[in-house]
Design a protein around this ligand. Sequence first.
Ligand code: HEC
Ligand code: HEC
Ligand code: HEC
Length: 432
Amino acid sequence: MKTFKKIVLGGAALVVVLAAAGLALTHQGEIAPQASIPTAEFSPQQIAKGKLLAAMGDCAVCHTAPNGKTNAGGLAMPSPFGTIYTSNITPDAKTGIGSWSFEAFERAMRHGVDREGQYLYPAFPYTAFSRVTDEDMKALYAFLMSEPAVENEAPKTTLNFPYNVRRGIAAWNWLYLKPGVVKDDEKQAPEWNRGAYLVEGLGHCSACHTPRNGLAAEKTGADHFAGGSAEGWDAPALTAKSASPLPWTKDDLVTYMKTGFSARHGVAAGPMAPVAHGLGQQSDEDLNAIATYLMSYRDASAAPGDAEALIKEKTATPKLALDTEGYRLYQGACMACHRADPSASTFGVRPQLALSTSLHAESPDNAIMAVLEGVQKPAHAELGTMPAFRHALSDAQIATLLNTMRAQYGVAEWSDLQNKVSKLRQQTAAAH
Ligand code: HEC
Ligand code: HEC
Ligand code: HEC
């Protein structure tokens, strides 16, 4: 009995000691506000470079609310733990980061801690930004601090217990944050290393393209780039697991990043559209470097395959009776734009759906999202838009249509499809 009590008391004391140590260890001090922005330290070249880096890092994509001013914050980001709002990162002293010294900015980017010492949620991809060089970090700071200051109080993030205890993120960081600039791999060429730096650092490609564990941290090893999710969309595997009917070549990747479209695969729609928009501003050297790095996740020696032959093979002969409902829906709603005859294209790109990753993927989500939402904000205006069919087609019609297309393209039908359409329709209803 006595020993039992001792153990219990000892255990309780240990918990108290650990908690106190935890509080002490996770304490981050405030970094004093700066009185004025050190604009004299910024060169025009540095600011121009920072602008490109900001496009690479999609800062404005997350830090701008719908119809809001650039970088003034307030975008609602749904997470499994509740809604997180992005902050105002314009140089406004009161509501933005105007009072942040470079030291404070760098601590946020590398360690996910704000100027006052509060831990930031990893919905802000600092695990990737942490890996950026000092030089690039300074250019980013110079650019952001030279943009117009916008006074805008972004909504406060209030998650439920225990996620509202920001100190808890210290434990998450201890497990998953690996600060330090992306290291060169000496066995690889400089181009590959440059690509690795951009992809794993500012590009934060894995934030969407890698599956996450129960604590919302990216899985590692063979799961790196094995496919993740973003805003109801699937971010497809960028590895050999890819479901794209034709293998991705280095040139395909460069063209897709540069223009938001690859005739051999399709468009960058959904959350990839603004990412592709930012990529389109990068230099050809950097896009080639990214493609070189990404190709090392697949079989670079695979034969590219013949796009025209494959389209013919998949579309020349109808696989089902032409008067079935699925074909009628396709002819009525889709064929005018997506027909297999390229000369029929009048304006915008008309992706060949017979080659689209979305229609060949294991998950139907992207095909459903494309039909429900259309493509309202393409990566670049020249790509053209696609109307939303949310109000034109029922769940059953969308399911019949998509599974008929699957059958035509020679892929197994998606199971339980109507329910999946219905779920995604509900999930995205708020935006309409
Ligand atoms: C995927 C969305 C996303 C992207 C991309 C993103 N951020 Fe953020 N960022 C956030 C969120 C969400 C927060 C707020 C986190 C919180 O409140 O805990 C944040 C917070 C910050 C903060 C802290 C501001 C404050 O007042 O506490 C800074 C600085 C910042 N981001 C800079 C950047 C820069 C620079 C880039 C581009 C290189 C960038 N962010 C890209 C989502 C993003
Ligand atoms: C905000 C989330 C997000 C980020 C960040 C992101 N992607 Fe994507 N990506 C997606 C989604 C979603 C799709 C599917 C788009 C579609 O089907 O139209 C996609 C599609 C792609 C595709 C086409 C894959 C296929 O087989 O069709 C490539 C290639 C790609 N992304 C590369 C990148 C690279 C390179 C980066 C980093 C520079 C990146 N992505 C960052 C969400 C993201
Ligand atoms: C008015 C013309 C038009 C109609 C009608 C149309 N689309 Fe589209 N669709 C487009 C354009 C243009 C794009 C490329 C958008 C962009 O990114 O700029 C596109 C993109 C897509 C994509 C994404 C392809 C990819 O490469 O990942 C899918 C899937 C799709 N459409 C399916 C359909 C289906 C199914 C229908 C019928 C219900 C349909 N579309 C009707 C014009 C159209």
